[in-house]
Design a binder for this molecule. Structure first.
Ligand SMILES: [Zn+2]
Length: 235
């Protein structure tokens, strides 16, 4: 299968779905990562938005190597994402590029602006993925993928439907997350928890709920004709 993780910022994918992607990789599936922004305001130390984006894209490519993933950057401005025709076209193009059986993305109930818009628009374009007359530079898909939402930041407003046991993948997930070096210093400026501690806490909390040491939690997108197939998850 082809698996697409569609995030808003470098580090979303590793933080919230990295263990699940590692499981898919071990099973021989192909991994794709798309990001709506390159997190170009995600530093108060690095000068210039272009420089921040360049560093964060490099970090993302290093992290993606843990999944042998291909990466596509849409390069919208960080914290500036709005639902627009241009964004919809770019998101359709990116999904068609990956031709996924399963998509993971941010849940719309995550009130972080970019997370909310990315997750919302990915859901809104689902019916357009197979349309010949949809504005897109990539061939239409022949089938609808299953769409799942990963957790919100710190699990706020999120009620999981399904849990993936990532106990065996947890250490490698953290190694992939640590590629995002610029974010480790940035987050520590305004959060009491260390970057990897925040990740561990949410993995332990979801694991506690599901009876595993570490877990990642997901909910599903449901629409007439585009229902999720839970059998495609690496449970
Ligand atoms: Zn994010």
């Amino acid at each position: 299968m082809n698996i697409l993780a569609f995030g808003s910022h470098p580090d979303d994918v590793e933080f919230l779905c990295g263990g699940t992607l590692l499981k898919y990789k071990k099973m021989g599936h192909k991994i794709f990562i798309a990001l709506t922004t390159s997190g170009n305001i995600g530093s108060n130390v690095i000068e210039g938005r272009e420089n921040i984006a360049a560093i964060r894209e490099k970090e993302q490519l290093e992290a993606a190597s843990f999944f042998d993933a291909k990466v596509r950057f849409l390069r919208y401005n960080d914290e500036g994402l709005v639902d627009s025709e241009a964004l919809r076209k770019d998101i359709i193009d990116a999904i068609r590029w990956a031709n996924p059986d399963v998509i993971f993305t941010n849940p719309p109930q995550d009130n972080s602006t970019d997370h909310n818009v990315t997750g919302t628009v990915v859901g809104r374009v689902m019916l357009s993925l197979v349309g010949k007359n949809v504005p897109s530079t990539v061939e239409p898909m022949k089938k609808f993928p299953s769409l799942f939402y990963w957790d919100t930041s710190a699990g706020v407003n999120f009620v999981p439907e399904v849990y993936v046991d990532i106990t065996k993948e947890y250490e490698e997930k953290i190694k992939a997350l640590l590629c995002h070096k610029s974010q480790i210093s940035w987050m520590s400026e305004y959060e009491d928890q260390e970057f990897t501690d925040s990740c561990r806490i949410i993995c332990e909390f979801r694991g506690l709920q599901a009876g595993y040491k570490y877990a990642e939690a997901f909910s599903s997108f449901r629409l007439h004709g585009v229902m999720p197939n839970f059998a495609l998850l690496p449970l």
